[in-house]
Design a protein around this ligand. Structure first.
Ligand code: 3PY
Ligand code: MG
Length: 248
């Protein structure tokens, strides 16, 4: 388990919304630390993910998969393909978190199924592998519903949970504040979740969509932040091209 890193800068991650190998290569070249395959909102299918995961790992990126749903098969696919961890969206409460995060860990800790896949070198294995794999894979639970926020201390305490990932947009909507604006209320939610993770000696992460949220993440000791995604980067690049033409 990684400890909170208050004195260190957060690791930098980007979301991958499409099956774009070049985006992973460019991100590695410009020194991102991690890629998050966005299987919840992106357009990446399982076969593409199975190829992108070892490809990104070979580039030196840490690879997390935000699974489409916090369900057994989605979680097992990501981990069997070799992802370093899963991020579980739309967790409702501590009971839901206990069941869903259990799918990421082999017994006796959890209930992950045995798959004879890439991580098992396509072969049978031994007890030492299962123990090591439980330590290798990270399970980060998203706090983005009002009920998960109410249960955040109990969620952070779960043995099968290695960290918390804040979903500020859904949390703001769920708490009746509409679109996230980075207000004091949004920041107070971040502080509460960071404090729960830190108290439980777990890491936490969040999207840092602007300098204010990045500074907050850094101040509170986030382990990693997301600062872009392949489609936003593409849009910014295309818009930059138009600016050149308009000035000319
Ligand atoms: C949210 O803000 O709701 C997220 O899921 C982060 O992308
Ligand atoms: Mg969300």
């Amino acid at each position: 388990m990684r400890k909170a890193r208050t004195s260190m800068k957060p690791r930098l991650a980007f979301w991958l919304e499409t099956a774009n190998q070049a985006a992973c290569e460019i991100a590695a070249l410009v020194r991102y630390d991690a890629v998050i395959l966005d299987m919840e909102h992106g357009a990446i299918d399982q076969l593409a993910a199975d190829r992108l995961i070892p490809f990104s790992t070979s580039l030196g990126l840490t690879v997390y998969s935000r699974v489409a749903r916090a369900e057994r098969v989605e979680i097992q696919h990501a981990l069997d393909s070799g992802a370093d961890g899963v991020i579980l969206p739309q967790i409702r409460d501590a009971t839901h978190a206990a069941v869903a995060s259990g799918y990421a860990k082999y017994p006796p800790l959890g209930t992950r199924g045995v798959g004879y896949s890439r991580t098992m070198k396509y072969d049978a294995t031994d007890d030492a592998f299962f123990a090591a794999e439980n330590r290798r894979v990270a399970c980060h639970v998203m706090i983005e519903t009002a009920t998960a926020l109410a249960d955040v201390a109990a969620i952070a305490d779960l043995e099968t949970v290695d960290g918390l990932f804040i979903g500020p947009s859904d949390l703001s909507m769920a708490r009746g504040r509409g679109a996230v604006k980075g207000t004091k209320a949004d920041q107070d939610d971040v502080r509460a979740i960071a404090a729960a993770a830190t108290r439980a000696n777990k890491i936490w992460a969040m999207p840092a969509s602007d300098g204010v949220m990045y500074a907050l993440a850094h101040e509170l000791g986030a382990d990693y932040v997301t600062v872009s995604d392949d489609l936003t980067a593409l849009r910014a690049g295309l818009e930059a091209g138009l600016t050149i033409a308009r000035k000319g």
